[in-house]
Design a protein around this ligand. Structure first.
Ligand SMILES: Nc1ncnc2c1ncn2[C@@H]1O[C@H](COP(=O)(O)OP(=O)(O)OP(=O)(O)O)[C@@H](O)[C@H]1O
Length: 587
């Protein structure tokens, strides 16, 4: 479906406000046309009265002028109020709509989307859509309704003049702008693309500033930005030139029409079909009639941008929404991976193959393996970011193949579990956990909004962060920079671990929680963490290569290229498994 038609459907709830705004806009324009025409007539009769000394009735035109001026002012005010209210409502609704549609797609299509591109789409493209009603639909409706009205009104003076004005309005309002639109279409699309490219380059560059400086490639990077920027400005210059041409042609057409109106009106006066005082008001009326279409060139200029932005937004939300989660609430029990094999939606090869694993409540299980072995995938699958494929289990008779759920929790298929309940049951600390631009306390409250300061202190004690926080002038109220800048790598890591602990989940999934920590800090955290786990009877699924942690685990799963190649406790694996020993030496 055409993106603009889809957009109109989304604007439907604002229809009453929009129609009322359009009606008021037409009334205001008509009042303005009437005002100028009557003023022209009034000035002329007063001038004639002054020169010839005859008396003239100035009460009636003065009253009409006052009435039309009030209608114009009040109408303009009410029209602005309603149309802007409709626009703001639309903007809020569009942001909400696109965000809620995007949310379930993000972890799923993570690899395909660049965050800066999504940001550009959500911010810049939606802002562009906000022009759709105010600058495209409203002027178009006003023009379509007003042109016949103006033609009908002018036909009372002269039918030829009515034809001329309808023709001129159609030329200025539709023919010229559409001509310019066709000329500028390609460049406008190119400009929209370049603008988002520029944003992506800038955001990426800011994020990677340190690497650019360290690798001394900031100069090349600047050149690349300059190239995009220059292409963007070339496209913009071309569009502005076309716009200037459109403006010149528009004013030429308006003045030619005024000239034509005088050419038609003066002979009417000569043959006595028109009183002389109507010549000036006729010319003014023709001039002001163009107000009905004056916004059309801008509308045609904006239309391709709105079209491109809508298409870009629909493109991302139109990706098939994964069928994630059901209605069943999670109950505590064993987590089973039943011969699970998995490929990513956009991948071809199996990332996990025949994974058979049981995690009993309270178990502490570690996963170890080389980079790319599938450890994080295994952990992420538990969070329900991707639908879990069923497993093909051959029955005992080896004749009938039976499909069993790939992962179950307390014997319920993970696909049927309510996603929110699942994420309350299992807390994940991933390798790239995010800290927000907020205070330390606020970041902790994100994990658990009801947490008290003393609970925050306890958990920061467990992760070894409390001494550092106490030394800060503002303690938990210390503001963190973007993505937690202001904290060292290890401190960020600890704060993320504190967040996970505050979730009070039954199962903790920790992906390299002590990465970047010195041995002393690591030892303290491990001791505290395991003490807490003992007390709370939480299960732990831990991805690590650290012997300090591995020694404390009930079972260690050794993975290689998506399969489990060995399992056992640390001591046994050290004695019996070469690959395990190799991995520990390697890391
Ligand atoms: N979202 C994704 N889409 C497609 N492929 C992915 C995705 N995430 C990971 N992969 C691929 O899956 C394989 C396993 O990745 P995974 O992150 O699970 O490995 P890992 O064992 O955790 O590695 P590391 O220790 O380096 O984090 C890799 O080949 C990776 O390229």
């Amino acid at each position: 479906m055409n993106p603009l038609v889809r957009l109109m459907k989304l604007l439907k709830p604002q229809l009453p406000l929009m129609l009322l705004g359009t009606l008021l806009s037409i009334i205001t324009i008509m009042a303005n046309i009437g005002l100028l025409a009557v003023s022209g007539w009034f000035i002329t009769i007063m001038a004639i009265a002054g020169l010839s000394g005859v008396t003239a009735n100035y009460f009636t035109p003065a009253a009409i002028i006052r009435f039309l001026a009030i209608v114009r002012t009040a109408g303009r005010y009410a029209e602005r109020l309603l149309t802007h209210r409709a626009t703001f409502n639309t903007l809020a609704a569009l942001r909400y709509y696109f965000y809620t549609r995007l949310e379930p797609l993000l972890p799923y299509y993570r690899v395909n989307f660049k965050s800066a591109d999504i940001l550009a789409r959500l911010q810049q493209d939606i802002d562009e859509l906000d022009n759709f009603y105010l600058r495209v639909l409203l002027p178009t409706f006003v023009a379509i309704c007003s042109i016949p009205l103006v033609g009908w009104g002018v036909s009372f003076i002269s039918s030829e003049l009515a034809l001329v004005i309808v023709g001129a309005l159609t030329l200025v309002g539709f023919v010229l702008p559409i001509f310019i639109l066709l000329l500028s279409k390609k460049r406008a699309q190119q400009q929209a693309k370049l603008s988002s490219e520029l944003k992506v380059e800038l955001v990426d560059g800011m994020a990677a500033m340190r690497e650019l400086l360290v690798y001394q490639i900031s100069h090349q990077y600047q050149q690349s930005i300059n190239r995009v920027s220059e292409s963007y400005h070339r496209a913009e210059l071309h569009l502005h030139r076309l716009q200037a041409l459109a403006t010149a042609l528009t004013f030429l057409a308006i003045n030619a029409t005024v000239f034509a109106s005088l050419y038609l009106l003066v002979p009417l006066v000569q043959i006595g079909d028109l009183k002389p005082e109507f010549v000036a008001s006729g010319a003014l009326l023709i001039l002001v009639c163009f107000e009905t279409v004056i916004n059309m060139p801008l509308a045609c200029q904006i239309l391709p941008k709105v079209h491109a932005s809508a298409a870009r937004l629909f493109e991302i939300i139109d990706k098939p929404i994964p069928d994630l989660g059901g209605d069943t609430l999670v109950t505590t029990g064993p987590i089973k991976f039943n011969n699970l094999s998995f490929t990513y939606p956009d991948g071809y090869a199996y990332v996990l193959k025949d994974i058979d694993l049981i995690i009993q409540q309270g178990d502490k299980i570690a996963i170890i393996g080389a980079s790319g072995a599938g450890k994080s995938t295994l952990a992420n699958l538990l969070m329900g970011f991707w639908p879990i494929p069923p497993s093909n289990n051959t029955s005992q008779s080896d004749i009938v193949d039976k499909l069993t759920p790939g992962i179950t929790i307390n014997d319920v298929d993970l696909n049927e579990l309510n996603t929110e309940s699942l994420r309350e049951h299992i807390a994940l600390m991933s390798q790239n956990s995010h800290l927000f631009h907020a205070t330390i306390g606020d970041n902790l409250r994100l994990a658990n909004p009801k947490v008290t300061e003393s609970q925050m202190r306890d958990v920061c004690q467990v992760v070894g962060l409390i001494d550092f926080i106490d030394e800060l002038e503002n303690g938990f109220k210390t503001w963190l920079g973007e993505t937690g800048s202001g904290l060292s790598g290890g401190q960020k890591q600890r704060l993320c671990l504190a967040q996970v602990l505050l979730r009070n989940a039954k199962v903790l999934v920790l992906d390299e929680p002590t990465k970047g920590l010195d041995r002393h800090s690591e030892r303290t955290i491990i001791t505290n963490l395991f003490q807490q786990l003992e007390q709370s009877q939480q299960s732990l699924l831990l991805i690590t290569h650290k012997p300090l942690m591995l020694q404390k685990m009930d079972k260690i799963i050794v993975m290689d290229e998506g399969t489990i190649v060995a399992q056992g406790d640390h001591k046994t694996l050290m004695e019996t498994n070469d690959y395990y020993r190799k991995l520990l030496n390697y890391f």
